[in-house]
Structure formats: C-alpha cells, structure tokens
Design a protein around this ligand. Structure first.
Ligand SMILES: Nc1nc2c(c(=O)[nH]1)N[C@H]1C(S)=C(S)[C@@H](COP(=O)(O)O)O[C@H]1N2
Ligand SMILES: [Mo]
Length: 244
C-alpha cells in the first residue's frame, strides 16, 4: 500500500470510495449536487448506522459534520460511564485507573482547531474538550528514565505513541467532548486522544491505556508507513512546508 494515498480514494487502505457507497444507496453525484441538504441528512443517518454497526470498511462511511468514520476493526463494543476505565502505568511512580467521572472531575481544556486527516479531508474549527494529557502524567509521577508514551485502545487493535515532550504539550488532550457534546461511540467515545497539532491518525479513538515507556513504539499506521512525528504540514511528504 502506498502510505500516502492508501489503496483507494479515501486512503488508509480503504478499498471503496464515497461515490460507490452513494451508488449503493442509489444516489448519484448529481442527486447530491442538486440537493446538498440530502447529503447532510444522509451523512447524519450513516453516522448513526456507523455508531451501531461499524462495517470495518473505513473512511467510506461519513461520520457526520464532515468527518469520516475510521476503525481498523470491524466492530468495537461500546463502553459507558459504568464500564469505562483508563489505566495509566509503565514508568510512573503512581499507576492507576480513571473512571469517566474521575476524568470529568479534573480541569477541562477546550481547543478549537482544524481536524486534518492525512488522506486529505479536513474539518475546520472543531471544538474538542477534555483533560490535558500532561495533567494525567503529572498525577502519575513520570520517572526520570521515561522518554515516550504509548496509547492503547479498547478496540483491541489500534495503538499510538508520542515522545514525552510531545505528550506534555498543552494542545494534547484526553478528550471527553467533541463540539461541546459527549464524545459518541463512532468518534471513539467515551474517551479518545486528541493531538491537535498532528494528523488525525495520532488521535487514538476508544482510548483505554496510557503507558509511559523508555522509547517510542510506532503505532498501528506508523508500522504501515506513516510518519511517527505527524505534524500537520510538515510530515508524510504530503504538504509543502512554507518555512523549509
Ligand atoms: N482506535 C482507533 N483510533 C483511530 C483510528 C482507528 O482506526 N482506530 N483511525 C484514525 C484515523 S486515520 C482518523 S482520520 C481518525 C478518524 O476519526 P473519526 O472516525 O472520529 O472521524 O481516527 C484515528 N484514530
Ligand atoms: Mo486518517
């Protein structure tokens, strides 16, 4: 697979494009152009379908409001306030586990930035809100020999990583809200990582584990060719760097 383009027009190895899905629904591009409101309604409906029954054919399903639905697994069992846990461990003095209520009780930070997937789609000025990752790292007491942070997900497959310096940036959140609403299952709720300055694949959905480590371990897409340092506009060979 070409890591820059993926196998299909929607990238990340997606075999089928948006036009085809609309075709499967009997709606051509003409119908969409003639009735943009129909496209909005369709995206909302498909977002709801993805919420209940993710197909695994990812990047193909709109996820509402300009997002696309991505999952590397075919289905993800939902978690709620009762069942959700976020563990923090590895090279820390005080490993622990947070419930959703624990995370909600911590200071919240709201950021409004453009979401940018490396395959090209973009959602402008999108509010995310949650707990700064640095707050959780400080509470856990990161040991001197630590250099990186690894993230695991309750889909059982996806992973991500950041250097410790990146992880401590004020624009990296353990996000609980998207557009001022609790983060829904299809967007990786109840809790996802949000790495504002990097391409959206760094923002691991369905976050369940934070492990402080001695070196960066490449994440799911990074083992498949994407850059580990995924700065928007400065990585993956896709964007011109105006400062270069
Ligand atoms: N657990 C998990 N997190 C993930 C992914 C995934 O497949 N699984 N895909 C990534 C990619 S490539 C993108 S573009 C965004 C998509 O988020 P969305 O489904 O909320 O639009 O999630 C990122 N985080
Ligand atoms: Mo993506």
């Amino acid at each position: 697979m070409d890591p820059n383009t993926g196998a299909g027009p929607d990238g990340h190895g997606t075999p089928v494009g948006r036009r085809l899905v609309l075709g499967m629904l009997g709606l051509g591009a003409g119908a969409m152009a003639a009735a943009p409101w129909l496209q909005d309604r369709l995206e909302t409906a498909l977002g709801a379908v993805a919420d209940k029954d993710p197909t695994g054919v990812t990047g193909l399903l709109p996820n509402g409001g300009g997002f696309r639905y991505y999952s590397v697994t075919s289905s993800v069992p939902p978690k709620d306030a009762g069942s959700y846990r976020l563990t923090v461990g590895g090279l820390v003095d005080r490993p622990g586990a947070y419930r959703l209520a624990d995370l909600r009780a911590l200071p919240q930070t709201r950021l409004v930035r453009d979401v940018q997937c490396v395959t090209g789609w973009r959602v402008p000025e999108t509010p995310f809100e949650g707990v700064r990752l640095s707050t959780l790292l400080d509470a856990a007491g990161v040991r001197r020999e630590a250099r990186a942070v690894r993230f695991t997900c309750f889909d059982g497959a996806y992973s991500e990583s950041l250097t410790l310096d990146q992880a401590r940036r004020p624009d990296v959140l353990v996000a609980l809200k998207l557009r001022d609403e609790p983060l829904g299952h299809s967007h990786g709720g109840p809790v996802r990582l949000y790495v504002a300055p990097m391409y959206f694949y760094k923002s691991a959905k369905w976050l369940s584990g934070i492990t402080v480590t001695d070196e960066v371990r490449p994440g799911y897409w990074e083992e498949r060719g994407y850059d580990v340092d995924a700065w928007v506009g400065r990585s993956n060979g896709r964007d011109d760097d105006p400062t270069a």
